[in-house]
Design a protein around this ligand. Structure first.
Ligand code: P6P
Length: 344
């Protein structure tokens, strides 16, 4: 690998040595997760040739029918991370409770959460999908007393994350990562099997002309979201004074990657189809990691009222409304929610 190409390993060592942003254990954990993503990318890339398309004819804890690749990706991440000695436990969108580290392996202090394959409704039509992951550290009230790890250890707000990232399986396989010192992007050099730094200190423009939302849910949204989208649709003749474009890939990883690449605002708001649920997306392993990545790139992430990373979780699979991306647009949507509440 030429000197000008920086590997993931070198980037992580510099984050550890130069910036003191991570510990050696966290560096090794992130290398293991990145290696697991390479294995998932190979399985995804085989598609029909690998017999991995279609349904697994099983349901996950969310009651969703699992795709074969959902199950494969989940198993790859669990198997890769069990023996390393960095983790106390894992949690996955595909699992009911936590997955403790088997007694035959050493225990660590980190907690890994993941959505092993987000956007899996797109698998069979060959649209980009991805793995999303978040890393927390166990918090001990009394460091001399180490309690057995439990779900409670995971229930920390997103601002406590020590690392977050995703891997998008698209025309390129690209790993996007933050350890709190900005956002870096690495593309997989398939010939060498190496992650190569393609961009560091990624920045999201504070303004945008592009919004991402599932418009078919229009009739279910609350007034502030409809107000915001109506103004975007009114274009240059409307109050925004500029035309907007719309994108909706229905794969959060792909929509967020586009926003990191050129700006934009992503909305999956509360809607009245399930009034008692704050939203569709999951807080712990979708909104929190994506929210931190977006903030580290100069964007913003709220649930329409408060910062995603300040939300105190009640359970591993909490759901949340998500508005994230270009800072000035997210703040506008939040302001419209506040104005609606003041008017009530
Ligand atoms: P809808 C994928 O299932 C997902 O969790 C996100 O990746 C995506 O943004 C959203 O749901 C798509 O939801 O209702 O438009 O299919």
């Amino acid at each position: 690998m030429s000197e000008s190409r920086i590997s993931l390993t070198r980037y992580l060592i510099e984050q550890q040595r130069v910036h003191g942003a991570i510990t050696p254990q966290l560096r090794l954990l992130l290398e293991v997760v990145a290696r697991a993503c390479k294995r998932i990318a190979i399985a995804v890339g085989k598609g029909a040739l690998g017999g991995v398309l279609g349904s697994a004819d099983t349901e996950n804890v969310q009651g969703e029918v699992q795709k074969k690749l959902d199950v494969i990706a989940n198993e790859v991440l669990i198997e890769a991370n069990e023996w390393g000695g960095h983790l106390a436990a894992m949690a996955s969108e595909e699992l009911d409770g936590i997955h403790p580290i088997p007694n035959r392996y050493p225990q660590g202090e980190y907690l890994l959460l993941f959505d092993p394959l987000d956007g899996s409704s797109n698998i069979d039509c060959n649209v980009s999908i991805g793995t999303i992951f978040s890393v927390l550290k166990r918090q001990h009230d009394d460091p001399t007393v180490i309690e057995p790890v439990s779900e409670t250890d995971f229930l920390q707000p997103g601002r406590e994350q020590v690392a977050a990232g995703y891997c998008i399986y698209g025309p390129q396989t690209t790993l996007v990562l933050t350890v709190g010192n900005g956002v870096a992007m690495f593309t997989l050099d398939r010939e060498q099997g190496a992650w190569v730094l393609i961009q560091d200190q990624v920045r999201i423009p504070e303004d945008t002309r592009e919004f991402a939302i599932n418009m078919s849910n229009w009739r279910h949204w609350a007034a502030p979201v409809r107000r915001y989208i109506e103004e975007c649709l009114a274009g240059a003749e409307g109050p925004r004074g500029k035309d907007f474009n719309m994108r909706w890939i229905a794969s959060m990883v792909a929509d967020v990657h586009r926003i990191l690449t050129r700006g934009g605002v992503f909305l999956y708001p509360w809607d009245k189809r399930e009034p008692n649920k704050p939203g569709k997306l999951r807080l712990m392993y979708e909104a929190n990691p994506m929210g931190w990545i977006v903030e580290q790139a100069g964007g913003a992430a709220t649930d329409g009222r408060c910062r995603i990373l300040d939300i105190e979780p009640k359970g591993l699979h909490d759901r949340v409304a998500v508005i994230l991306g270009s800072k000035n647009e997210v703040e506008r949507v939040t302001r419209y929610h506040q104005e609606a509440e003041t008017a009530e």
